[in-house]
Design a protein around this ligand. Sequence first.
Ligand SMILES: Cc1cc2nc3c(=O)[nH]c(=O)nc-3n(C[C@H](O)[C@H](O)[C@H](O)COP(=O)(O)O)c2cc1C
Length: 178
Amino acid sequence: MQAVSIPASVRLSTFYSNPLNIIRRMDAAGVSGFVLFNRLFEPDIDLEKEELCSPFNLSHDTDYRLPLRYAGLLEGTVRASICCSSGFLEGEQVARALLAGADVVQVVTALFKSGVSHIQTMRRDLDAWMGEKDYASASDCRGKLSKRHLNDPFAYTRGQYAALLMNPREGLEQYPVP
Ligand SMILES: Cc1cc2nc3c(=O)[nH]c(=O)nc-3n(C[C@H](O)[C@H](O)[C@H](O)COP(=O)(O)O)c2cc1C
């Protein structure tokens, strides 16, 4: 990182065997920001024509959970800024990213689907949520639900998943299958 004088961010792959380890090493090397995560192009197969095709690969509305988890794990543990990317389609998902500890989010799919003016809708909905919660600025809520700030941080680990499987009836009551 000493080779450049401008801030440099890294858009990370999801395929590291230990993402937190590589992030901490890059943070120590002076990276200015981490984008969670890069998404490589994924071709599909057209069954009728039996040939490869190139769909847009737009995001789905729960894709934000992976970057959300890593933002929550990283908040307060790295010097670099944390950027969430993938599945941030509405203002409420941006609010979740802030609570987990993100500094910023990137938005592509929402703009493809709804047009660039959708950013204003997301901003308005985020402002409305912050108003309801009496947050005057993003820094008032950023990281409030990061691993560092939770008394019981197991939602960020596999522990919570195992607990749900041990009590499936209770889990289904709390999180009904849509
Ligand atoms: C049409 C399209 C073009 C994209 N082009 C690039 C690109 O050139 N470089 C890149 O790093 N990501 C590219 N992406 C991936 C997006 O930057 C982003 O990682 C992905 O769309 C997930 O974010 P989203 O949920 O906001 O769409 C592209 C995505 C789409 C849908």
